[in-house]
Design a protein around this ligand. Structure first.
Ligand code: AMP
Length: 409
């Protein structure tokens, strides 16, 4: 089945056309036929990028005034590049939807009722859900016959028990405003956990995993027998690890103190928390781990400190989730940093021999941007690098939802 995966933002659409079905999932041979993006929608300088592997990316600058025009351009480009002969070959559309609140614990075929429920979650993700929904509206107009599926970043973590998701706030805030921990990056954690079990031929029930997604946003998840039982992001993607530009866990009173000292508004504080903290804030120069590693090697003390704080926080969560799970079989690194940075992986796992984690320095160095094991043969816990593929998981869920097949969490 050919599935168009869409990730719609306020002025952008990212897409992939993916061929998948049950056999292809089983053999891990489902694949991306074409991918690309439209950026700066709403201007006369929008960019349409399309790559049909193995051909190089084709980029065009043109006027695209709204998302509907953008999607029509994408479909034309897919036809022109022979990725599809005709629009009718696209059999389903899968949408990335950031927040499914407490309503969605799995992906779902979209209809009026689902749309209403996603609308209810807009309050929880005002910067994302409205644009994800816009993707649904325009796809419905451009391809009215084609079924559409919503795949939520939060759904995987709906299996967390109350002890993991309830904050130490007055409980009335949970009742009134649904303030609780939701967790994000669910499609990524789910994908790499599935892949780990596939590599080793294990059943869901036989494996406990800690999965660390380290990219520009970062999170760790404790996965017990295939279910997320705790994750480091919370009510928003601000909680947990130190990230590119977000601080992660912090004493909330420190924020009140800064607001009062510098007379910051809520808007100022929100900008500070989203754009100026994390690796960028500590180093004062970059949110890009590559640049920080290079600067640190040249003796830049702030860059070194940023890397140390980042890795120490990852290590703390690995320790915490070892306690949560009791027994851990595998530790997974994924995301731009997790997949590509041996020094970060080494530092995050340093001194964890007692927990059963031993990194092999040579293997670690050799596994960059690809799948591979980086632990020593003696390591009780297998440490794996598994490149994430959220689009593939969205396509797989879309296929299953449309066919009415069971949707594993
Ligand atoms: P993502 O959000 O998963 O695309 O990850 C993006 C981040 O990955 C970038 O901001 C970089 O910090 C990081 N990254 C990519 N390549 C490398 C690398 N070779 N070494 C260290 N960090 C990397």
């Amino acid at each position: 089945m050919k599935i168009l995966v869409l990730n719609c933002g306020s002025s952008s659409i990212k897409f992939q056309l993916i061929e998948t079905d049950s056999d292809l999932i089983e053999s891990n041979t489902d694949r991306c036929i074409a991918k690309g993006s439209v950026e700066r929608i709403g201007t006369d300088e929008a960019t349409l990028r399309v790559t049909v592997p193995p051909n190089p990316c084709k980029s065009t600058t043109l006027e695209i005034l709204d998302h509907q025009a953008a999607l029509s351009r994408v479909i034309n480009a897919l036809k022109e590049s022979h990725a599809v002969a005709d629009i009718s070959q696209i059999q389903a559309v899968g949408h990335r939807v950031v927040h499914g609140g407490e309503r969605f614990a799995a992906s779902v075929v979209m209809d009026d009722e689902v749309e209403k429920e996603i609308q209810h979650c807009v309050e929880l993700a005002p910067l994302h859900n409205p644009h994800n929904l816009r993707g649904y509206y325009v796809a419905r107009k451009v391809m009215p016959q084609v079924p559409q599926v919503a795949v939520f970043d939060t759904a995987f973590h709906q299996s967390m028990p109350p002890r993991a998701y309830v904050y130490g706030l007055p409980y009335s805030y949970y009742r009134r405003y649904r303030i609780r921990r939701y967790g994000f990056h669910g499609t990524s954690h789910r994908y790499v956990a599935f892949r780990y079990r596939q590599i080793f031929g294990k059943a869901r029930e036989d494996v406990n995993l800690i999965s660390t997604h380290l990219g520009n946003g970062c999170s760790v998840t404790a996965i017990e027998k295939g279910h997320s039982v705790d994750t480091s992001m919370g009510f928003t993607p601000q909680e947990g690890l130190v990230m590119g530009t977000r601080c992660g866990d912090i004493d909330p009173a420190a924020l009140l103190y800064i607001m009062s000292k510098d007379e910051l508004t809520l808007h100022d504080m929100s900008t500070l928390l989203n754009k100026f903290c994390g690796l960028y804030g500590i180093s004062g120069e970059s949110n890009d781990m590559r640049e920080l590693i290079a600067a640190s090697a040249k003796g830049d003390e702030q860059a070194k400190l940023a890397i140390e704080v980042f890795c120490y926080r990852v290590k703390k969560y690995i320790g915490a989730y070892s306690a949560t799970l009791g027994h851990v079989d595998g530790l997974i690194f994924t995301g731009g940093i997790g997949e590509n940075s041996p020094p970060v992986r080494a530092l995050a796992c340093e001194g964890l021999t007692e927990l059963g984690i031993q990194i092999d320095p040579e293997r670690n160095q050799a596994v960059v941007g690809k799948e591979g094991e980086i632990s020593t043969p003696a390591s009780r816990i297998r440490v794996m690098v598994i490149p994430t593929n959220e689009e593939l998981l969205i396509a797989r869920d879309t296929f299953r939802a449309v066919r009415g097949l069971p949707l594993p969490h």
